[in-house]
Design a protein around this ligand. Structure first.
Ligand code: MOS
Length: 755
């Protein structure tokens, strides 16, 4: 689509992904596709016990494999990798576990050896033939196992505070209606198509890493600290990610091993771990438990909420996602208490999976709210309306906007909520019990400092460059659209360079903050270009002579003076410098720490929640379920979501993100679960770890609800990458109750729950 001449009218209109064609035709290049020069191939050997020590290796059969180059174990690598802290604790790694540092085994599936060979097949063969002796000790797999150790989140994470407001116990005792229940969510694993690959190559003492990551800065600075190198000697390139679902967010534990192997062998080494290994060398969404007590008066106004939550974590990392801050602030309520714990077990460290806290925590709260509606005989949307609030019940701060009930109204209308017959089991279609359910989706808006270089040539070509990443969210397209919109160049003439530490430094692409942060940075950069042009072109003899530089505005791709004189941006650039002009934008959002830019350069995570208001994105999820009265088979023929996430810059990619999230939510409600066998994962592949297939997915509709927000940031953008998945699980569970009268409080909901 040629959008030349549509300056000022590009953002806010649908535009296909600029890299979409390459992706769907197979031309797109992913990290493990890089094939420059000879390369050796690595394979991992992972532990079959969860706890204990490695007693020895039998290398004979492995060493007989033709093409074998090296076998590395803790006997070769102890001390080679320096310890580095977790990204969330001021460091760079997604797990502080150091593979091959000693003979200790701290979880099942831990790396115990690295094999390198001339071909991937030889490496895999030798890895399979390497004999490993173990001495096993008892291991704790989950909450109730002996040895599982509960710690208060406040003790694990400095800065975490449980919430206490009013007197929930007194309100509970005096309440007209009470819901008290435990809700549970399962382990879920990210299963991207591009696996957790890496490729390391040395050129003298310079290291280049090709790895799909959404934080090249953390990989660079983490490797520098692990290997004792100057960060300037490390270049990290992360092109298209091939999926992440919340993984690939920091330095992985295997990258330094591959770098070491490449240095020892004197040639580049590539690792494509197996999908099964991805379950234990990367992270996962941990199982969680939520004990909720919700009290209301006769009119359904909440009088007390107590949310006690527990999530699993590893023995050695401080990773645990807080979520009760969101559940406590969602509805008006005078008495609140939250308590969050992490339970340490002998497993690998969990990590963020999209909408890390909201998906499990809101399953609990939004199920409890539905239970309360049934208890009171109220429509669940009406109950939410009675507890809507314009201010945060915890801090008293105003929400920047609060379109939650607008989302419910828009969603209810599109979904046909008025056709819902009240009464559990009231709707039936032949052998199918029909149920309709809804739930809220909310997520705090995050934003971060960002840097980018913008260049504009007189011929209308433009370039935007930042180390930030295309994680599948469509940011490449948005950046091109943004420059087209502001500078009046065609989208097709904008070259977008991303995912490379050689470019201006970037933070993590996460927390749904990328669009918000980068588009504000882009706006700043364009304003700097305007400033450069204005200062030069208001000089005597220049086209805007006599004007104050600051009076010139950038409108529709033209520099415009108050007296009506105007000049297209590329022409203006031509008058200034035929080689083109460039600027480096350094965007620091309100609410950032003073050292935000230094922190960005140093690879430290720097997401902030912004200024004086509580800024959230909102949504309302609606689900229709059909459950076979005899077989218990569950179908979800329809999902409708209505979302308000500030200004939407590309409705096409926004809707596709939201729709994808909703489908994932369906999987979260009915299919996805990693099953434990002791402390090991029993179903670590896509044959047995179920995700929705086309046959599971019915009509899915994502609506965009207008949400003009003057407070959240200059552009009014909120980010919506994770909003679509949130609340779908509760909407489906609530629909299941409507269909059957069965309240399922543990996900995923299975046929056997409904027989
Ligand atoms: Mo998201 S998994 O908080 O980037």
């Amino acid at each position: 689509m040629d959008r030349a001449g549509t300056a000022g009218r590009v953002l806010g209109h649908p535009h296909v992904r600029v890299e979409g064609r390459a992706k769907v035709t197979g031309a797109a290049v992913y990290a493990s596709d890089h094939r420059d020069g000879p390369v050796a191939h690595a394979a991992l050997v992972t532990s079959t016990i969860a706890c204990g020590r490695v007693t020895g290796f039998d290398r004979r059969a492995a060493e007989a494999v033709p093409g074998l180059l090296a076998i590395l174990t803790h006997r070769d690598c102890a001390g080679a990798i320096a310890p580095v802290r977790h990204l969330m604790a001021g460091g760079f790694v997604n797990s502080a576990h150091r593979p091959l540092a000693s003979d200790r085994v701290t979880y099942a599936g831990q790396i115990v050896a690295l094999v390198v060979a001339r071909t991937p097949e030889a490496a895999a063969r030798a890895a399979a033939l390497l004999g490993v002796g173990y001495e096993a000790e008892p291991a704790a797999g989950s909450f109730d196992d002996p040895g599982a150790e509960a710690v208060r989140l406040a003790d694990l994470k400095p800065g975490h505070a449980d919430i206490a407001k009013g007197d929930p116990e007194a309100a509970w005792a005096a309440a007209a209606a009470r819901v008290e229940a435990r809700y549970e969510t399962p382990i879920q694993h990210h299963n991207p198509i591009e696996l957790f690959t890496t490729r390391c190559a040395w050129d003298g003492d310079r290291l280049t890493v090709h790895e799909p990551t959404r934080y090249v800065g953390a990989v660079r600075h983490g490797l520098a600290a692990q290997l004792g190198l100057d960060p300037d000697r490390i270049r990290v390139v992360s092109g298209l990610l091939g999926g992440h679902f919340g993984s690939k967010f920091a330095l992985s534990q295997h990258t330094a091993l591959i770098a070491l192997a490449a240095r020892r062998l004197g040639c580049p080494v590539s690792l494509v771990p197996t999908r099964r290994q991805g379950f234990t060398i990367a992270n996962y969404r941990p199982e969680s438990r939520h004990d909720i007590r919700l009290a209301a008066d006769r009119d359904g106004r909440f009088t007390a909420l107590v949310h006690e939550a527990a999530v699993i974590t590893s023995r050695f990392d401080p990773f645990a996602m807080e979520g009760a801050d969101v559940t406590a602030s969602l509805y008006a309520c005078p008495a609140l208490r939250t308590q969050e714990r992490a339970v340490r077990v002998d497993r690998n460290t969990p990590g963020p999976m999209r909408a890390p806290p909201e998906v499990p925590y809101l399953f609990a709260l939004e199920s409890a709210v539905d239970e309360m509606a049934w208890h009171l005989g109220l429509d669940p949307i009406e109950l939410r309306r009675r507890n809507d609030t314009a201010t945060d019940p915890v801090s008293g701060r105003p929400f920047s906007t609060r379109p939650l009930m607008a989302c419910f109204a828009a969603g209810a209308q599109a979904f046909g909520w008025e056709h819902r017959l009240p009464g559990a089991g009231a709707m039936r279609d032949g052998p199918w019990r029909v149920g309709l359910g809804c739930a809220a989706s909310v997520r705090p808006v995050k934003i971060a400092a960002a840097m980018m270089r913008i260049r504009l040539s007189p011929d209308g070509a433009a370039e935007v460059a930042t180390a930030h990443h295309e994680i599948g969210n469509g940011i490449t397209t948005l950046l091109a659209m943004g420059l087209a919109d502001r500078l009046g160049v065609p989208v097709e003439r904008v070259s977008v360079r991303l995912g490379d530490t050689a470019l201006p430094p970037a933070g993590i692409s996460g927390g749904s903050s990328t669009t918000t942060s980068l588009m504000n940075a882009l706006a700043l950069g364009c304003d700097q270009l305007r400033g450069q042009l204005s200062r030069a072109l208001t000089a005597p003899g220049r086209p805007f002579a006599g004007c104050e530089p600051d009076s010139l505005r950038l409108v529709g791709g033209r520099l415009l003076a108050p007296d009506g004189r105007a000049l297209r941006c590329p022409e203006a650039v031509g008058l200034l410098d035929p080689a083109g002009i460039e600027t480096l934008a350094e965007f620091v959002p309100a609410g950032s720490k003073p050292d935000a830019l230094d922190s960005l350069r140093a690879g430290h995570i720097g997401l902030t929640l912004g200024g004086d208001h509580l800024a959230w994105a909102f949504g309302a999820q609606f689900a229709e379920v059909r459950i076979h009265a005899e077989t218990g088979e569950i179908h979800v023929p329809r999902l409708t979501g209505a979302f308000a996430a500030g200004r939407v810059l590309n409705p096409l990619t926004a809707k596709s993100q939201l729709t994808g999230g909703m489908i994932w939510g369906l999987g979260s409600a009915l299919l996805e679960e990693t099953v434990l066998d002791g402390a090991a994962y029993r179903n670590p592949d896509l044959a047995e770890y179920l995700v929705p297939s086309a046959a599971d997915i019915g009509a899915v509709e994502a609506l965009l609800v207008p949400d003009p927000d003057a407070h959240v940031n200059a552009l009014g953008v909120k980010g919506l990458g994770e909003l679509g998945i949130i609340g779908v699980n509760a909407a489906i569970a609530n629909a299941v109750f409507h269909a059957t009268g069965r309240r399922i409080r543990r996900l995923p909901i299975r046929i056997e729950d409904l027989l």
